[in-house]
Design a protein around this ligand. Structure first.
Ligand code: ADP
Ligand code: MG
Length: 239
């Protein structure tokens, strides 16, 4: 038992360290990004502009790697509260819209309001952000990302559909496994975090995909009976 406790403390120490290091690195990265952006706006030189755009995209890659790793290191407490699902989805769409525009992806959405679910809003937003990002990245030539929030009996469903490269059944089965990535600069950690977060929120994820046609991720959550409750829940991570 003593050894078990010791290992547990070690894990917590490492988690805490990772979280604070990630946090400390994020700030200087953001400062660099801001100044490089300014520099690129001041320049008309083609060569300089091509260099600054590489710096910008590499800085973004660095922060997305931190984002993916940070989601593991976050404290174990999940703040589960009652939230309007479409409001959170709409908030996420705002955040992701420039990322989509840069990649010639049009976002179409239809969000049914007043569907209340018990979730950790921050982790939920991170979860659907991962799915939307993957959807956009699956359309290198551009395309359409369709996001719908609907009600099905006592369930709320978020459908995120892309017109991208699609997956084989085998690939679909590998989703959520740690470090599974087919991208040259992918971490293979985004969906692992997403799957475990949604599971903690008593939700389910269904994936339908057709190679060369596209993919639809459905997040299915039970509707909350009482829209006022709010609880703090300590949940072991990734179980
Ligand atoms: P990463 O994006 O860093 O590769 P993820 O965990 O987010 O890691 O995704 C894992 C893999 O799942 C991706 O590399 C990709 O092969 C596949 N994938 C996920 N979403 C889609 C999608 N919408 N269309 C096609 N492939 C996808
Ligand atoms: Mg990803």
């Amino acid at each position: 038992i003593a050894r078990h406790v010791q290992n547990l403390e070690k894990t917590q120490l490492v988690n805490g360290l990772t979280a604070s290091i990630a946090h400390e690195i994020r700030n200087p990265l953001a400062v660099c990004r801001g100044f490089i952006q300014l520099l690129s706006e001041m320049s008309t030189d083609k060569k300089q502009l091509s260099y600054t755009s590489i710096v910008l995209s590499e800085l973004d890659r660095a922060s997305s790697i931190i984002d993916d790793y940070l989601s593991f290191a976050k404290p174990q407490l999940h703040k589960i509260e009652c939230a309007d699902l479409s409001q959170l989805v709409s908030q996420t769409l705002n955040t992701i819209s420039s990322f989509a525009m840069l990649r010639n992806v049009t976002i179409v959405h239809q969000l049914k309001p007043y569907l209340y679910v018990m979730i950790d809003p921050h982790k939920f937003v991170q979860s659907i952000m991962n799915i939307m990002k993957n959807g956009i990245e699956s359309m290198p030539e551009g395309g359409t990302l369709t996001v719908d929030v609907i009600r099905e009996k006592d369930l709320a469903v978020v459908n995120i559909t892309d017109t991208g490269v699609g997956m084989t059944q085998k690939q679909v089965e590998l989703l959520g496994k740690p470090y599974y990535s087919t991208k040259t600069s992918g971490t293979g950690l985004g969906l692992m975090a997403t799957y475990s977060f949604i599971k903690i929120m008593k939700g389910k994820i269904q994936v339908r995909s057709q190679l060369g046609e596209g993919t639809c991720f459905s997040i299915i959550l039970p509707l909350s009976a009482d829209p006022e409750v709010s609880v703090d829940m300590a949940v072991p991570r990734y179980e």
